[in-house]
Design a protein around this ligand. Structure first.
Ligand SMILES: Nc1ncnc2c1ncn2[C@@H]1O[C@H](COP(=O)(O)OP(=O)(O)OP(=O)(O)O)[C@@H](O)[C@H]1O
Length: 277
């Protein structure tokens, strides 16, 4: 099993680098203002957020409050106007290779089969071929895709396409997995199944995940901590440690008083801007 392989590899290297002792992601005083020809948008204001190794953080907030922008800032895809981000102790100053990104649309290459879509990541990064093939097989097994290696994207359901996209994002063993509304285009039942799978994968691997979602139930079921952002300019208005420890069965978790308490409070905060689950 490849659980925590990245950590194991680092452990095997002997002494821990000092950055290992700090948080995985440290966001300090982040402000983002977009200036276009005809308007200025103040997207994020004074974001301070620390994400620990192995944490599953979910971010909810009204449409347009800057959730995607925040993920892009962590990945180094959007520059800050003030403040900054460190990832594993090093400042984010441009696109980072040590993150994995999953978007709402799987964006698979139509002319490549499932396995080759995942391996595309290895080709882009020049990773060793034999290693990448082994890792791809492990990931496909972990996400229940074994048997679909040769399937073309059009032969895969929406949920399966997102699994391929998840495998692609995890191929290079990123330190942080960033997910931007990854299940937003799926039907309700598939979305539930994907939630259960993602939670299991996180429980098995202990990876660090930051998930942006419009679904309050998803935000609370999946995460160990949830933050709620207010309307633009986006800022964190409240944070919740979700005290439901260990393995989370889906139905029992939804009936758990802690789940109900936190979801009720988040819905209250989001008011009418929340998407119905
Ligand atoms: N590259 C850009 N140039 C100009 N404005 C931008 C750019 N990217 C985002 N914005 C603006 O910044 C604000 C925040 O956008 P962002 O996509 O981060 O919000 P969001 O919370 O993810 O929204 P949603 O929930 O609807 O996906 C919006 O007003 C958006 O129009």
């Amino acid at each position: 099993m490849f659980a925590r392989t990245a950590d194991r590899a680092r452990d095997g290297a002997g002494s821990e680098p000092p950055a290992e002792q700090g948080p995985m992601v440290d966001i300090h005083g982040v402000d983002v203002t977009f200036r276009t020809k005809d308007r200025t948008v103040h997207a994020l204001s004074g974001i301070d957020l620390t994400i620990q190794h192995g944490e599953f953080l979910s971010i909810a907030g009204p449409s347009g409050c800057g959730k995607s922008t925040l993920l892009r800032v962590i990945a180094g895809l959007t520059a800050t106007s003030a403040g900054g981000v460190t990832l594993r102790g090093t400042p984010v100053e441009g696109p980072r290779r040590d993150v994995g990104f999953v978007f709402q649309r799987a964006a698979l290459l139509d002319w490549r089969n499932a396995r080759d879509n995942i391996l595309f990541q290895a080709e882009m990064r020049g990773l060793p071929k034999a290693w990448a093939r082994r890792r791809t097989d492990e990931l496909m097994e972990m996400t229940g895709l074994t048997g679909f290696e040769k399937a073309m994207p059009f032969e895969l359901s929406g949920g399966m396409q997102q699994r391929v996209s998840l495998c692609r994002a995890l191929l290079h063993e990123p330190d942080v997995l960033l997910m931007d509304e990854p299940f937003g285009a799926l039907d309700a039942l598939t979305r539930e199944n994907m939630n259960v799978e993602l939670r299991r994968i996180w429980e098995d691997t202990g990876m660090t995940v930051v998930l942006v979602t419009h679904s309050v139930a998803e935000a609370v079921y999946l995460a160990s901590r949830s933050v709620v952002m207010g309307p633009r300019p986006g800022r964190v208005i409240e944070e919740f440690d979700i005290a439901i420890h260990g393995h989370r069965e889906y139905e029992p978790t939804l009936e758990n008083p802690e789940f109900q308490r936190v979801t009720a409070r988040i819905r209250e905060l989001l008011g009418s801007t929340a998407t119905a689950d």
